[in-house]
Design a protein around this ligand. Structure first.
Ligand SMILES: [Zn+2]
Length: 111
């Protein structure tokens, strides 16, 4: 069977109304549920809420190993992150760790 313009329109209409792929296949006739799904995907129809919850793949836990210290004013063109190599287990480079984790009561003469 062919995807004529009319059938495509029917598919699109039923799909956006929330009909299941199986129901659409039955309406169109001569087409399988999988073909309906495949066609819908190729047409770029947004997937609808499915009763089957799909687990989203977890975002890869790639930890930036560069300094996340903000430099400049957020929103300005100059704004960027430091980007130096961060200290192990810290989000900042040694220089910015010294700033971020500086204790107000630290005794500078102790070093
Ligand atoms: Zn830094």
């Amino acid at each position: 069977m062919e995807w004529t313009e009319e059938r495509v329109e029917t598919l699109k209409g039923l799909w956006t109304k929330g009909y299941s792929a199986r129901q659409i296949a039955e309406r169109l006739g001569g087409v399988t549920r999988n073909a309906v799904i495949g066609k819908a995907h190729r047409m770029g129809l947004s997937s609808r809420p499915s009763p089957i919850k799909r687990e989203k793949p977890a975002a890869p836990a790639v930890k930036e190993r560069s300094c996340q210290w903000p430099v400049g004013h957020p929103g300005s063109d100059e704004f960027h992150f430091c980007g130096q190599s961060a200290e192990a287990g810290r989000p900042y480079c040694p220089k910015h760790c010294a700033v971020a984790y500086r204790r107000p009561s630290s005794n500078e003469n102790a070093a």
